[in-house]
Design a protein around this ligand. Structure first.
Ligand code: MN
Length: 424
């Protein structure tokens, strides 16, 4: 379904007066409100195709109805999100779940919603029907050359699909590792993985990047071959200038200092992309900002500090993607919440008085340094984010409008109650 612009305009008209009252504090009193609004307008977050259906756990899956049944319907769903918030202008595909039958048609369908294709994701953590070799004991690390070759060929195939769609990056997440001590020679597994990645790297077009995503545990529970930012950075450094580390918030051991990891990766020029989600225990894939919003703010604080130090463009120089999928919310409502949480953290981090913070640090004024960060974090930036959406043509209150227009009911009407999205 297409969301007509007049419905958004009607909604905004009704909410405008209350919005302007809240916004006036910003426009009257805060000097840098305008540049922050512009940065928010420019900042786009890619939606993963696998987050549009209800996620499963290994215990059960409870589809909510009206889920997209095809790549075309997934693109339409992201188009709906983008119409509502004007901040979800990209989609991240997963192969083989999202293989386009007609690349050109898919590309123009996406363009009709104002969407582009962000990083392509390969999949060597599952066996596909009719696949010759199994990934039960790994893919790019596998002891059998034939299995490695199959995984390499798959990744090269994903790059080709991406080229056809106008994407310019590949994310490689490997479930490779071992479940028991003794199962794997760590060094040899690393070296085999490195060799395999090198072959994929060689197939990358000149203007492409490859992101090496790490994860601390699961599905392997003793060792993961790309288990932390150190091993990812080693791979990325050995591969070359087109290879980067990708940070997924949920892929760390509990209480890891992710903001410090981000800072050091940026210092090395090796942070390539981001997967946003939230978690309490592990890779919980919960809505961004739902559990640890202060951590998200601190991460954005380091992102901005590190990107500004290198003269990077916030909107375009890193890959910004959501990677979440769970089983009790309407997936579209969840994604609206996640995008908003990212924008709020970004706006708050833009408010940090960086020169005052450096002064406080130089004076070892710990209290003042903390106050500066928390001053920004405790500021209600919701009117700024809403204003950015309104100016870009989105809705002042996307979630409220989604419900008011009964969008899920309409999708169920179009697609049926018992639909299941391809993917996880
Ligand atoms: Mn991820």
């Amino acid at each position: 379904m297409q969301l007509e612009a007049y419905k958004i305009a009607d909604h905004n008209q009704k909410a405008l007066e209350a919005h302007q009252r809240k916004l006036s504090y910003w426009t009257d009193e805060i000097a840098n409100a305008e540049p922050i609004i512009q940065k928010l307008i420019d900042f786009q977050i890619a939606i993963p195709s696998w987050a549009l259906g209800t996620g499963g756990t290994r215990f059960g899956r409870f589809p909510g109805g009206g889920e997209p049944r095809s790549l075309e319907e997934k693109i339409a769903d992201v188009g709906l999100l983008h119409a509502l918030n004007q901040s979800s202008g990209a989609i991240s595909l997963h192969i083989p779940w999202d293989i386009p039958t007609d690349g050109e048609a898919i590309k123009s369908l996406a363009a009709s919603f104002g969407l582009r294709f962000d990083a392509m994701n390969s999949n060597t953590f599952q066996d596909q029907p009719n696949q010759e070799h199994s990934y039960k004991f790994g893919s790019l690390q596998h002891v059998d050359r034939a299995v490695r070759q199959q995984a390499i060929d798959h990744n090269i195939d994903v790059i080709k699909h991406g080229v056809a769609l106008g994407s310019n990056s590949l994310t490689v997440w490997l479930s490779d590792g071992s479940c028991f001590p003794g199962q794997l020679n760590f060094r040899k597994a690393f070296e085999r993985t490195q060799e395999s990645l090198q072959e994929i790297y060689t197939a990358l077009p000149d203007d492409w990047k490859v992101f090496v995503e790490y994860k601390a545990f699961e599905p392997n529970f003793y060792s993961m071959t790309v288990g932390d930012w150190g091993s990812s950075l080693l791979f990325a450094t050995k591969l070359g200038p087109k290879a980067y580390t990708l940070v997924d918030l949920g892929h760390h051991l509990p209480n890891a200092n992710i903001e410090q990891i981000v800072s050091l990766l940026l210092m090395e020029g090796k942070l390539g992309g981001f997967h946003f989600n939230d978690s309490k225990y592990g890779d919980d894939d919960l809505t961004v900002g739902s559990i640890r919003p202060y951590q998200l703010f601190l991460i954005f604080n380091e992102l901005i500090e590190g990107m500004d130090a290198k003269g990077m463009n916030h909107a375009t120089d890193l890959g910004w993607m959501i990677d979440a999928s769970h089983n009790v919310k309407d997936p579209l409502e969840d994604l609206l919440q996640s995008v908003e949480a990212i924008q709020l953290a970004y706006a708050q981090a833009l408010l940090v008085d960086r020169s005052a913070l450096e002064e406080a640090r130089d004076a070892n004024d710990v209290v003042r340094a903390q106050e500066i960060l928390q001053e920004a974090y405790r500021t209600d930036v919701r009117p700024l984010v809403a204003e950015a959406r309104r100016r870009a043509g989105g809705a002042l209150h996307p979630l409220a409008l989604f419900r008011q227009l009964n969008i899920r009911q309409q999708l169920i009407g179009e697609r049926g109650l018992k639909t299941i999205a391809t993917g996880l």
